[in-house]
Design a protein around this ligand. Structure first.
Ligand code: SF4
Length: 358
């Protein structure tokens, strides 16, 4: 098992130049590794302004970190040779929110599928290209005879997005970074597209980083979930406990705003911050303090560490401060991996239950 892609202590600040007054910290001290094996699905969840799209752009090499580094096979993206950069572009594919933007309306869909095959020299003949394209379209549940030969506007939004998934699959990547891939298609098609993405992991061994504002779709397809709030990790770990029994007050808020089929779990409104939370200064202390109903004095002083509250879960909240701090800097230390034993929690600090329950 080797590391395919790694974010090492990545911070991204916009407006960080000499002549900028206002600075926005989009992402802070983020560390995560995606291994070559086994394939995994990791969801990055957060509201607008959480830093999730910045993270996608950083991982794709579309923007450079203010500090820290993104590494591909252990090498900083900024130091890759031309050949290594080409390999990276093949291994790490992207799927964006609006598939229409990727299409040239004057070319048939075939063009968008042929281009990456030719660019990476992956086929020797037109016949082989056709076979690969048919296989990829079928893998995402599209009928080649109803898709090829058409112009983008002749396909539905869901079909266009599935063509994008097929396109990503064509070059046999190791990792796909999908930024809000289903937010612009209607609900009835969401499940089909998500299933297509899941197929890539299950049948083709492709890992997926699924970036979304929607915790429920994250839960449906992911092994692990990272919840971001204003550029920092609020909670992360195995998808099931994070969604079924959220610990961080922000994750609870996200879950509470989702209508659940379970009648015992009603809609919940955002609660008012505590008296202390109202005094929070956005420049110091816990970033969630000004919205947190449980904010305490200590929350105003320093942003909390990531506490390993369970075997497969970390939470950045002082309510869990009796749990051990995550050993090492990488979030994936706390992730469940298919077929691999999880990280051991030191016996002295092992916790199965929250040390403090609000
Ligand atoms: Fe709320 Fe304090 Fe936890 Fe932040 S650290 S989420 S303010 S209780």
């Amino acid at each position: 098992m080797t590391t395919l892609l790694e974010a090492r202590g990545v911070t991204k600040i916009y407006g960080a130049g000499l002549f900028h007054r206002g600075q926005t910290v989009a992402l802070e001290g983020f560390s995560l590794r995606i291994e070559t094996e086994p394939p995994t699905i990791t969801a990055i969840v957060g509201e607008s302004g959480s830093g999730k799209t910045t993270l996608a752009r950083l991982l794709l090499g579309m923007t450079i970190p203010t500090s820290g580094a993104i590494l591909y096979h252990g090498k900083d993206l900024r130091k890759l040779s031309r050949r290594e950069w080409r390999e990276f572009r093949r291994d790490v594919q992207a799927i964006f929110q609006d598939p229409y933007e990727v299409y040239n309306p004057f070319y048939r869909v075939d063009h968008v599928l042929l281009t990456p095959l030719k660019k990476f020299g992956l086929v020797k003949s037109d016949r082989e290209a056709r076979e690969r394209i048919v296989e990829a379209l079928e893998a995402v549940g599209l009928r080649p005879d109803e898709t090829l030969g058409r112009y983008p506007h002749q396909l539905s939004g869901g079909q266009r997005q599935r063509v994008m998934v097929a396109r990503a699959l064509l070059v046999r990547p190791r990792l796909i970074i999908a930024d809000e891939p289903v937010s612009m298609v209607d609900a009835s098609l969401r499940a089909t597209i998500l299933e297509s993405l899941r197929t890539l992991t299950r049948d083709f061994g492709v890992s997926l980083i699924y970036i979304t504002h929607d915790l429920i779709t994250a839960y449906q397809i992911s092994d692990n979930i990272i919840v971001l709030y204003r550029g920092s990790v609020a909670e992360a770990g195995h998808a099931e406990p994070v969604v079924q029994e959220p610990q961080h007050p922000y994750t609870r808020l996200l879950i509470g705003s989702i209508p659940m089929p379970d009648p015992d779990r009603a809609w919940s409104e955002e609660q008012d911050p505590s008296e202390i939370g109202r005094l929070a200064d956005p420049r110091s202390g816990c970033k969630f303090a000004s919205r947190c109903p449980y904010a305490m004095e200590m929350c105003l002083e320093r942003h909390p560490s990531l506490y390993q509250t369970e075997r497969y879960r970390v939470t950045a909240c002082y309510l869990y401060r009796e749990a051990p701090v995550l050993a090492g800097e990488y979030l994936d230390e706390a992730f469940a991996r298919p077929g691999v034993a999880g990280p051991a929690v030191a016996a002295s600090g092992a916790v199965d239950e929250p040390t403090s329950s609000p």
